[in-house]
Design a protein around this ligand. Structure first.
Ligand code: 13P
Ligand code: SF4
Length: 320
């Protein structure tokens, strides 16, 4: 097993004794992918045995949407949360898209409905709606364009208007509002993982770990972003770490982020004041294997939502 080339990708973060319990599923999944002509798209918050052991494409929400549009396989397994699988399905209506646990939701996606958007539009006539991709297909269908944390400022400014409605993440909207002249109407949705970090946590971290470079996800409250050294999407954080090689770094986000980039950055000390996303953690090797064996659970989108929701996603992807 120490010579298993797949294990070599995770040996820094998974002890051999734990790998022994994962190996059979990893190899079975590799075999099933070939048999089903399937690819696995995994978000940066998936655990290392998924991220490095079975995924074909990894990335932030933006990269997963972009890559989903290019996939050539018959089946896509989305190792991530439900809205990510819906986005993959919108871009691949003729392919089978599977999510290993259909209950893998998101507090942001749960925080808003199309009826809420109708009320916002009535209160702000003519103001375009920018929907974070962390929303249901129904909410995307009721919006003008999508954005992710990796392109939010660019999308808001691409519309060429003085004011936009940006939903549902209040903190992302407030963080972007500080970087742009565009006026932003917000909604009170929050990520249950990132809303728990406080500025006091970061200041205490700086005291206990002198010299630490602090990177925060823009779903964190603005007071947290204000005391961080950098804010960016999960892919932007990984890029920052890889390029700048800070001696000591804290990623103010979900726990698997550090695990997944630690192997390739072994000289960096990762300080880990992280929070787990219970939804992302619903996805396991066992349920990925079961999804490929049973071809369940298939992600389906109501016929009347496909075209308008896809339009909002494609409009986002078209912004360079
Ligand atoms: P990214 O787009 O930065 O990967 O973020 C997705 C997400 O769910 C963060 O909580
Ligand atoms: Fe949703 Fe937050 Fe989990 Fe991302 S980390 S999937 S925004 S609950």
């Amino acid at each position: 097993m120490p010579f298993d080339p797949i294990y070599q990708r995770v040996s820094h973060v998974i002890p051999p004794v734990e790998w022994a319990g994962m190996e059979a599923d990893v190899h079975a999944i590799q075999e099933l992918k070939r048999a089903r002509r399937a690819v696995i798209l995994a978000h940066n918050y998936q655990t290392p045995e998924i991220f490095h052991g079975v995924a074909d494409i990894v990335g932030d929400s933006l990269a997963l949407a972009r890559e989903a549009a290019k996939v050539e396989a018959d089946v896509i397994v989305l190792a991530g949360v439900h809205f990510m699988a819906e986005t993959a399905k919108l871009l691949n209506p003729e392919k089978t898209v599977l999510i290993p646990d259909a209950k893998a939701g998101c507090s942001l996606a749960e925080s808003i409905t199309p009826a809420d958007i109708a009320l916002l539009r009535a209160a702000h006539p003519g103001v375009p709606v920018v929907a974070y991709v962390n929303t249901s297909a129904a909410v995307k269908a009721a919006s003008d364009i999508c954005c992710t944390s990796g392109n939010a400022k660019k999308i808001v400014e691409s519309l060429g208007v003085p004011k936009v409605i940006m939903l549902p993440d209040e903190y992302l909207a407030q963080n972007i509002a500080r970087e742009t002249q565009v006026q932003i109407v917000t909604w009170a949705g929050h990520c249950e993982v990132h809303e728990r970090f406080t500025a006091a946590d970061i200041l205490a971290l700086r005291d206990s770990h002198p010299g630490v470079t602090v990177l925060a996800h823009p779903e964190c409250p603005p007071e947290v972003v204000a005391v961080a050294d950098y804010a960016g999407s999960t892919a932007d954080m990984a890029k920052f770490v890889t390029e700048k090689q800070p001696a000591r770094v804290a990623l103010i986000t979900e726990c698997s982020m550090s695990d997944n980039i630690a192997q390739a950055n072994q000289s960096i000390e990762f300080v880990r004041p992280c929070n787990l996303c219970p939804h992302m953690k619903r996805i396991t090797l066992a349920n990925i294997r079961a999804a490929l064996e049973t071809m369940q659970t298939e992600v389906l989108i109501a016929a009347d939502l496909v075209a308008p929701a896809r339009r909002a996603v494609e409009r986002m992807l078209a912004v360079k």
